[in-house]
Design a protein around this ligand. Sequence first.
Ligand code: E4P
Length: 219
Amino acid sequence: MKFFIDTANLDEIREANELGILDGVTTNPSLMAKDNVTGEENIKQRYLDICEIVDGDVSAEVIATDLEGIIREGEALANLHPGIVVKVPMIKDGIKAIKYFTDNRIRTNCTLVFSPGQAILAAKAGATYVSPFLGRLDDISHDGLALIEELRTIYDNYHFETQILAASIRHPMHIVECAKIGADVATCPLKPIMQLLNHPLTDKGLAQFLEDYRKGSNP
Ligand code: E4P
């Protein structure tokens, strides 16, 4: 399973990248605003800065919601850097735009996916990635992980090449469950990625090893 970090914050991206396990980055307009990156030029510059740090796919989201606007913005984003994947919302003109981008060899991430039917349309249009938002489903008492399982079954049934990019991840067990189901990618904030490191028996065992080493060195 590939690991993407879900943030526009350069320090967080650098920290995850330094672990050596980062395969890409996802952003969205809310994450840009959270990091105080506003205005078209600043946002484009932030994408370039991210692409300089990470050797992998960087999802850059369009703001337009009409076909012509999505295509115009998407082409401009794709021209910024070869690592850019154009993130397109799951709406009617979004699906048309994904088909256009597919036909023109521009990679896409279909975002805001909450149902298997939406994911089928994204795959049929040739999306490179589909982003089911599992945490937001959990937030409204639906089973987000069940959606990831359904998508895995459907995509395997028809050998769709669209990669399942599990998004809206809230905690480390979401990551582990996505790996068990067979999601192709998990995109997560820095915190749950770092939380994967933790186990009390690791801390206890390491403290014991170091103590025993010191005793052995100073008998
Ligand atoms: C995915 O690409 C989205 O940016 C993200 O995972 C949404 O997560 P949230 O529900 O925590 O905002």
